[in-house]
Design a protein. Structure first.
Length: 94
């Protein structure tokens, strides 16, 4: 069994929103290098809150090119959420 790559404290804000159905999102400029090589799971949640099942979404990142993450939505029994940009949402991989 292989494990996903990991990166400590790989956190950024959403720069370009995928909305509720989009399959890619852009993180803040220069932050793409914070994330490990794909594939890996990632959590998206409101920046002003702690992530929990009522406000967060788990996505599967299938590619990272620069600051753009290609994602599969609603992973690990989470629900696709409306993802908005900047101060509103964080993207994190622990």
């Amino acid at each position: 069994m292989s494990f996903d790559a990991h990166a400590n404290l790989a956190v950024s804000t959403v720069a370009v929103s995928p909305g509720v159905a989009g399959l890619s999102l852009d993180v803040a400029a220069g932050h793409g290098v914070r994330f490990p090589a794909a594939p890996f799971n990632c959590t998206i949640w409101p920046a002003a809150e702690s992530p929990d099942p009522t406000n967060a979404e788990v996505v599967r990142v299938t590619a990272v090119v620069g600051d753009t993450l290609t994602i599969d939505r609603a992973q690990e029994a989470s629900t696709a959420r409306s993802v908005i940009r900047s101060e509103e949402r964080r993207v994190g991989k622990e």
